[in-house]
Design a protein around this ligand. Structure first.
Ligand code: SIN
Length: 188
């Protein structure tokens, strides 16, 4: 049974009285931007790494056959490049629904290319959530992704669109690129 984190997120007020705030996206929030924003900028966060360790029951898989999607895992010294969006607090009603399968909102320090920093909200599916699948080799993950699909489409589309977007950002992400390499080899 998937953990619905929507109510937990809505009960947590991380906004204060801010009229505008930053959101940090590192997975589908980079390539599927179905919410309004005032500004977007590439950003990097430190000590977190992107991993396809989260199960997807509602977007790229089903409860009986979950897909694999991205979450963040703490790793001292790691960096994770993604996209920061300046948004108004009302977008979180939609985003909390979209990210309801195990993702909780946290605050993180984001670093921009010009050396400036800002705090941003980030959705993280921690290992406590019921849909968490955990580690596997990149080859196993590619095989799993190649065989999964859900209401939002095939699981390989998620990974390959993310890999393409990360290349555009010049992001260093051997985990994602290796899974993408395996998936592309299946398509030949
Ligand atoms: C994110 O993209 O920042 C969160 C995970 C996802 O929706 O793929």
């Amino acid at each position: 049974m998937a953990q619905d984190t929507q109510a937990l997120n809505q009960a947590t007020n991380l906004f204060g009285d801010q009229q505008e705030l930053w959101l940090f996206g590192y997975g589908s929030l980079i390539f599927k931007v179905d919410f309004p924003y005032l500004q977007s900028r590439p950003a990097t966060i430190y000590n977190w790494t992107r991993r396809f360790w989260q199960g997807s029951h509602d977007h790229r898989g089903t409860p009986s056959a979950p897909g694999r999607v991205a979450t963040l895992v703490e790793q001292p010294g790691a960096t994770c490049t993604g996209m920061a969006y300046l948004v108004t607090p009302d977008v979180f009603e939609h985003l909390d629904h979209r990210e309801k399968n195990g993702y909780l909102r946290f605050t993180t320090a984001m670093h921009f290319d010009d050396g400036s920093t800002a705090d941003g909200l980030v959705y993280i599916a921690t290992e406590e959530n019921a849909a968490f699948l955990g580690p596997a080799s990149e080859l196993e993950i590619a095989h799993h992704i190649a065989n999964s699909k859900g209401p939002s489409g095939p699981n390989d589309e998620y990974l390959l669109r993310l890999a393409d977007a990360l290349k555009e950002l010049n992001a260093d992400d051997p985990h994602v690129y290796e899974i993408a390499k395996h998936l592309r080899s299946y398509q030949k």
